[in-house]
Design a binder for this molecule. Sequence first.
Ligand code: KG4
Ligand code: ZN
Length: 347
Amino acid sequence: MVILGIESSCDETAAAVVRDGIEILSNIVASQQELHKIYGGVVPEVACRAHIESITPVIEEAINLSGLTFENLDAIAVTYSPGLVGALLIGLSAAKTLAWRYDLPLVAVNHIEAHVYANILDGHAVEFPAVALVVSGGHTAIFDCLSCTEIHLIGSTVDDAAGEAFDKVAAMLGLGYPGGPIIDKTAKNGNPKAVDFPRTNLKKGEFDFSFSGLKTAVLYHVKGQNAKVKTAMPEINERDLADVVASFQEAVVDVLVKKTFAAARKTRSKCIVLGGGVACNSRLREKFRQRSEQTGLPVYWPKLSLCTDNAAMIAGLAFHHLQAGQVADLSLDVNPTPIRAAQSSRS
Ligand code: KG4
Ligand code: ZN
């Protein structure tokens, strides 16, 4: 069964063709990073315009590279939730048009569930129940996963997403955008113990996160008493800068690792899976690897190209929806809001 997946929830226009939920025949991603760079973050209006320009050529390229034609497809899959409403609508309109034109089933895929599925798509022997940590520019959440299509939210950020904190701290320090990869690289030359930044453990919601206090702590550390005054950041030498970002990164990673392992313990999970752009972070991977060795609990993460936003994970997961008879119709609408905790948790 061959499925075309379409993804446009944030700042990547992507299309991919995947066979039987596992064999990637093509995986095209048009990133808008350069367009958003000057704003230091994703601007929804700019994202939508870029999606409109890219969606058709990206889909055509994915089909051409797969060596197949639209007539060979068995279904069209699309991200319908969560994300930027205008951005989601562009992918959904393209998917509906193709499903109607080629008389194919339309499969609605949740972007977050697809990030979890990326681990299976990448060939990892994921056993359920599993705990998933999805960390990106828009999301930081822990899920209790009973199967690849049954996932329940058990914790999320109450303010900034982890990737957003990376991006905002990098912007504050004048390091550029997106901040995650730059901080990751810069931190390699720094001492993660140089500054003791706060690790926020919320009293309510044991698996919830908060990163805005940490971001403010970095600001106060660098600007001192002048932090509230709108003045330029003081000059900071390379060594101190590396120490500050390494210590910031360590604080983010510590909380993510601690809470994810605690969730896995509580849900008696057989493994942990990671997903989203921040799961590319080298220190995060190193610390998860260390804890995995200490506890004997397997931790998996997809290769870089499947960690960040892509459509192969959408087409891959759609295969399982289709097998379960979960097909949408042409009245399908987008749902920009993330999965809610109210959807239940077995823990
Ligand atoms: O999943 P993604 O590609 O897009 C969504 O936000 O959905 O994630 C992008 C986020 C950005 O905030 C970026 O700074 C962060 O992932 N990121 C990283 C790294 N690579 C990307 N954060 C920390 N370390 C990295 N190596
Ligand atoms: Zn994502």
